[in-house]
Design a binder for this molecule. Structure first.
Ligand code: SAH
Ligand code: SF4
Ligand code: F3S
Length: 468
């Protein structure tokens, strides 16, 4: 007999009663993946499991996988190999989910080589976890629960958040862009936006609980509600005038209690004027924009299917700098895409010099099975990719150091996030430009905004002092 989601949670909870069972989740991917893990944690908590940070103590073990770059596979297979003994000795339930499980060749390998894995779930079947666990507890039969990737995304799952000041809120799932290097559209399906009302309700509830900072998540946040406009669903979804990313930003900005709003990732090609104006007008929206460049060469961008040129990217940055006072940028860059020449790399370095990013997330191109990039013939040899990566890294680090120096002597308004990992007596927070600031102060300041004078810089963090 089939039961509802809530009934399965109750049934597992009954079975687990008094057993003091523990769960462990390893999150291997991006912030969306992290947000999914928080939902898995929420469901497990409701089913009576208690979180442990020690994998060996776990009665249920979940690997939430990512496949955006290589190494992920070896890492996962290594992990599954390692837990075989634990499975045999303790009977730990092993569940594997996330993006990698939407890849057929990986599924085949797991089924063939690791038959002791109990549950396999995909990017759209998180909500089946209680049912899957119930079935495993009852008859120990292997379960594979992977839906068609464009399947409906279920609202209202319980969630156990990792932090009590900052929270991530997924606003859309999937991606329509098919950048030629990227696996995401194949494992996350097409773009589907959440209802504006569901998003606002979630953020309001977070504000009521005392959360101060919200990060809006999606693979392409500035095309929020675009597909729904195209397929006519927007009529039933539109809520209090919210029908785009710009109008969503404006609405979130109105929620009392929330102090800082961030978002990742937007796509340069969709950065319309209404979004730029909303960032300018909304006091709480952070003036730090993550604007993925990927390459500074127009020719490589074309091969990557990014739909903008070097000049268009630079013009967009200039426009934002004019419209939004104090705006700064971070970015993602891939080196070693097929066909990339030394001249193309120079173009990338040129953009890095011109924009002067706050932070650059640098990646070496990694071939992904099933993407057009993998089939291109002019692949770059590994050692050349590494040389280029190091060249970019040297430039980026010298820029970051120079920028850090500019902070010394300034006063920065910082959201205090907690005590420093390395020193219990120090507090840490972040500037709007996402720089970590470490300072001495009373623990009462945690969760509050404070002004700090920056006194020194240390590559990955700044040191500050409170001002009386
Ligand atoms: N949707 C976001 C993030 C996608 S994944 C965006 O468009 O920006 C995060 C980053 O991983 C990408 O921005 C890209 O820089 C990098 N990436 C994606 N696929 C890659 C690949 N095959 N090899 C190396 N880096 C990759
Ligand atoms: Fe991948 Fe491009 Fe979509 Fe980002 S926009 S998820 S890089 S296909
Ligand atoms: Fe990885 Fe999936 Fe995120 S592939 S980067 S976990 S969307």
């Amino acid at each position: 007999m089939e039961h509802t989601f809530e009934q399965y949670i109750e049934k597992v909870k009954e079975l687990n009663e008094g057993k003091n069972l523990k769960y462990y989740i390893l999150t291997m991917g991006c912030q969306l993946n992290e947000n999914d893990s928080e939902k898995l944690g929420g469901m497990l908590t409701k089913m009576g499991y208690i979180e442990t940070n020690n994998q060996e103590d776990a009665d249920i073990l979940i690997y939430n996988t990512c496949c955006v770059r290589e190494n992920a596979e070896e890492k996962l297979f290594g992990k599954i190999g390692e837990v075989k003994r634990q499975k045999e000795q303790k009977g730990t339930i092993i569940a594997i989910g996330g993006c990698m499980m939407q890849e057929q060749h990986i599924l085949d390998k797991i089924k063939q080589s690791y038959p002791y894995v109990d549950i396999i779930f995909g990017t759209h079947t998180l909500h089946k976890l209680p049912e899957d666990i119930y079935k495993i507890l009852n008859n120990r039969k292997k379960i594979e629960d992977i839906l068609y990737i464009d399947g409906e995304v279920i609202e209202g799952l319980p969630i156990k958040r990792n932090d009590n000041i900052k929270a991530s809120v997924t606003i859309m799932n999937g991606c329509n862009n098919f950048c030629s290097y990227c696996i995401v559209p194949y494992v996350r399906g097409r773009e589907r936006s959440r209802n504006p009302k569901d998003i606002l309700d979630e953020i309001q509830a977070l504000a009521n609980k005392g959360y101060k900072e919200i990060t809006l998540l999606g693979q392409n946040v500035n095309s929020y509600l675009r597909s729904e406009k195209e397929n006519g669903k927007i009529k039933e979804m539109e809520y209090e005038g919210i029908n785009s990313f710009a109008t969503l930003l404006r609405a979130v900005n109105e929620i009392d209690g929330i102090e800082i709003i961030r978002f990742v990732s937007p796509h340069p090609k969709d950065f319309t004027d209404d979004v730029i104006e909303a960032i300018r007008d909304c006091k709480k929206v952070c003036k730090l924009i993550h604007l993925p460049l990927q390459s500074g060469s127009t020719q490589v961008l074309k091969a990557m299917n990014r739909k903008y040129t070097k000049e268009q990217y630079l013009a967009l940055v200039d426009k934002m700098k004019k419209v939004i006072p104090g705006v700064v940028f971070t970015t993602d860059i891939i080196v070693g895409f097929p066909g990339e020449t030394e001249a193309d790399l120079e173009d990338t370095l040129d953009v890095v010099r011109k924009v002067n990013f706050e932070q650059v997330f640098m990646f070496i191109y990694s071939r992904r099975v099933g993407t057009p990039g993998d089939k291109m013939e002019n692949q770059i040899p590994e050692e050349v990719k590494h040389q280029r990566f190091n060249k970019l890294k040297a430039l980026v680090e010298s820029q970051i150091q120079a920028r850090n120096k500019e902070y010394i002597g300034t006063v920065q308004n910082v959201l205090v996030e907690g005590t420093s990992k390395n020193n219990e007596n120090m507090l840490t927070g972040r500037t709007y430009s996402n720089k970590v600031v470490v300072f001495e102060g009373s623990k009462d300041l945690i969760g509050k905004m404070v002004d700090l004078k920056i006194v020194s810089e240390h590559m990955w963090y700044l040191k500050g002092e409170t001002i009386d």
